[in-house]
Write a protein that binds this ligand. Structure first.
Ligand SMILES: Cc1cc2nc3c(=O)[nH]c(=O)nc-3n(C[C@H](O)[C@H](O)[C@H](O)COP(=O)(O)OP(=O)(O)OC[C@H]3O[C@@H](n4cnc5c(N)ncnc54)[C@H](O)[C@@H]3O)c2cc1C
Length: 375
């Protein structure tokens, strides 16, 4: 039996934020959409695991396509949060909370000092804080011992990604998107360039337009149809504390580490970047490192229950850019994957750009730099 293909139908592979966002965007435009996603724990979505940090974006002189995608997406997140709430009743926790960037070494201070030029050139609001201002802003932080510089970026936002995914799924359902639980393990291209997907039981899936949105796992499916790609899993690990109320108001960033407080007192601490293949388990070593840093930075966490920890696989790419576009040599196969550390942030923009492309409209951003098939 073949699961297919009403005319002008769309088949999305992957139930993370990229697949769900694209499915919703297409369904909003009146298209018939089927989303195939794996229920396997081994393929657990990075989108669920992420922290939901949406850093401020350039608002002027936005020449670079990566920044254009981030800026488009940032703007859309404001709209989508309201639309999703109105449609599904789910509050995704999207809010502008601001971010504080700590410089805890001379090298980090130098980097952040240089970033000031970039922020200025691109219209991003920031303020350098002295230690007294930092203490006044975030009095629970242990900032005197190791902080030698701090900057406030008021436009940083956050999103509760598990809620955002739930809202997207509900929105898709309300717009008639069909969900199929299956793992696609094979892609074949006919001599005419038409792609068909198969699951391990031999069930075939096809459509007028197919988009691979299966994150770090897109690598293998792309390889099967000779699409060179540099997608690689980059493991991250997070801890969750349960505070009585939010102990910090802003997201606290320190290099690649961060603290994010949710409005109900849940507090995330992360993260690390590890090459561990497709292994999505936590390690004592990384969890202890994050814990030591978090509890040194916010000492009240030493007396706060640690609820749980988890790992996720970011879909990294060799050049840091996502793969977005049509597969060369195919007339119905597209890819939207490889968004690395910013997939939650760039999801709305990716959905709009990919929907335009798949519907034959000219996307608002030139996505040549993201082309599928680059090595
Ligand atoms: C610890 C951590 C923190 C992060 N923090 C942030 C952050 O603060 N801000 C931000 O913007 N981004 C963050 N990210 C990155 C972000 O989570 C990812 O870039 C984004 O989630 C990628 O989404 P995706 O839909 O492409 O992939 P995923 O979310 O991984 O989804 C892939 C989907 O495809 C399915 N799938 C896989 N293979 C198959 C198959 N063969 N057949 C069928 N289905 C399949 C999976 O089950 C899953 O549903 C973080 C990531 C991690 C791990």
């Amino acid at each position: 039996m073949q699961v297919s293909a009403k005319s002008n139908s769309f088949l999305i592979v992957g139930g993370g934020v990229i697949g769900l966002s694209l499915a919703w965007e297409l369904a909003k435009r009146g298209q018939s959409v089927t989303l195939v996603r794996s229920g396997s724990a081994e393929l657990r979505s990075a989108s669920w695991a992420g922290a939901g940090i949406l850093p401020p974006v350039a608002i002027k002189n936005i020449d670079d396509p990566y920044d254009q995608l981030r800026s488009l997406s940032h703007e859309l997140h404001h709209q989508w949060a309201s639309e999703l709430l109105a449609l599904t009743g789910i509050d995704t926790g999207f809010r502008k909370c601001g971010g504080v960037y700590l410089g805890t070494s001379r090298a980090e201070v130098a980097t952040l000092t240089a970033n000031q030029f970039w922020w200025e050139d691109h219209g991003i609001e920031f303020r350098k804080l002295d230690i007294a201002e930092l203490r006044a802003l975030e009095h629970s932080l242990s900032c005197e011992s190791n902080t030698i510089g701090a900057w406030l970026l008021p436009d940083e936002c956050q999103l509760r990604n598990p809620r955002h995914l739930k809202a997207l799924e509900a929105a898709c359902q309300s717009r008639g998107v069909q969900f199929v639980e299956a793992t696609v393990d094979r892609v074949e291209l006919s001599p005419q360039g038409r792609a068909t997907l198969y699951d391990p039981a031999g069930q075939a899936y096809t459509a007028e337009h197919i988009c691979l949105c299966n994150g770090a796992w897109a690598r293998m499916l792309m390889q099967q149809v000779e699409l060179e790609n540099g997608i690689m899993p980059v493991r991250g690990q997070l801890l969750l504390y349960q505070c009585e109320s939010p102990p910090i108001r802003h997201i606290i960033n320190d290099g690649h580490r961060y603290l994010v407080a949710r409005s109900d007192g849940m507090l995330l601490a992360g993260s690390v970047e590890e090459e561990a293949g497709y292994n999505c388990h936590t390690t004592d070593e990384a969890i202890n490192l994050i814990r030591q840093w978090a509890e040194a930075t916010l000492p009240m966490l030493q007396h706060t229950p640690l609820v749980r920890s988890w790992a996720g696989l970011r879909p990294g790419s060799y050049d840091g850019l996502p793969y977005m576009g049509k597969a060369p040599g195919s007339n119905n196969l597209y890819v939207a994957a490889g968004h690395f550390r910013s997939g939650l942030h760039m999801s709305c923009g990716t959905a709009v750009i990919m929907a335009d492309l798949m519907l034959g409209n000219t996307p608002a951003i030139d996505i040549t730099a993201f082309r599928v098939g680059r090595g």
